[in-house]
Design a protein around this ligand. Structure first.
Ligand SMILES: [Mg+2]
Length: 151
């Protein structure tokens, strides 16, 4: 199954703040917000932080530690033996990959994953998102755009 990924993070090279995966079939979605103190990047403070919780109630929840978010993510993916995870920005894939690493030489138990970078020239997920810079809504915009192209 294809899943469309978006993440929000605290500026270039900064820590992960939220991560969403939405499946191509419109089924159950994954959304997690990582516990953080205050963010360092003023742009992120203004354009990302206020929207972190603007998701359907069923997907809301407490802030998670990175470890718990990683655990929740692989648990959510466990039903799929070959997830194909698509993003339009390399950092989204990097953030997901690094979330799986829990310490030196340690990672959560994950199914095999394909991480796929699909450059989208002239398309902005945020500009087409119902809630720009919210990872869930941006991931939905990415899915809608790519699936439409595949029709
Ligand atoms: Mg985004």
């Amino acid at each position: 199954m294809r899943y469309f990924l978006d993440t929000e993070y605290d500026g270039f090279g900064g820590p992960l703040l939220s991560l969403a995966l939405v499946p191509e079939d419109g089924g159950e979605e994954f959304y997690a917000v990582i516990a953080h103190d205050r963010v360092a990047d003023p742009w992120v403070e203004r354009h990302v932080v206020p929207f972190l919780d603007m998701v359907p109630e069923a997907l809301g929840g407490p802030r998670l530690s990175r470890r718990d978010a990683a655990g929740a993510l692989v648990h959510w993916l466990a039903h799929d033996s070959a997830p194909d995870i698509i993003a339009d920005w390399p950092e989204d894939l990097a953030q997901l990959a690094m979330l799986l690493v829990t310490g030196p030489g340690q990672m959560v138990h994950s199914p095999p994953l394909t991480l796929r970078f699909v450059p989208l020239h002239g398309f902005s997920t945020a500009a087409n998102s119902a809630v720009p810079h919210n990872a869930l809504h941006d991931a939905r915009a990415l899915r809608d755009h790519i699936m439409k192209q595949l029709e």
